[in-house]
Design a protein. Structure first.
Length: 96
């Protein structure tokens, strides 16, 4: 009769066995049965049409944009890193 440990092979090498972990059964393969997709009974009426034209919906030509931007100037704020947009008539107040 050979006396030995349950955690080691007869050669003395340690077994990789976790006595506290239960063995898991292999789940047999079941093919997936597709389910019927949901179809709305009434027609879908969206609540908002984005339109893709931006937030205002107004498209300005390049010439119109240049006319509007010519009324303003961009200048650095006094002792700050940010820039500010100032109307042309208030240019004398830039550094104040």
């Amino acid at each position: 009769m050979i006396h030995g440990s349950m955690k080691h092979y007869p050669s003395g090498r340690k077994k990789k066995y976790n006595a506290w972990k239960k063995t898991t059964r292999k789940v047999e393969f079941k093919p997936m049965e597709p389910i019927q997709t949901y179809r709305r009974e009434t027609p879908n009426y969206p609540s908002h049409d984005g339109g893709g034209s931006g937030s205002t919906g107004i498209h300005l030509s390049t010439k119109e944009r240049q006319e509007i931007s010519s009324q303003y100037t961009v200048a650095p704020a006094y002792n700050k890193g940010a820039y500010q947009v100032i109307p042309r008539d208030q240019v004398e107040n830039i550094g104040k």
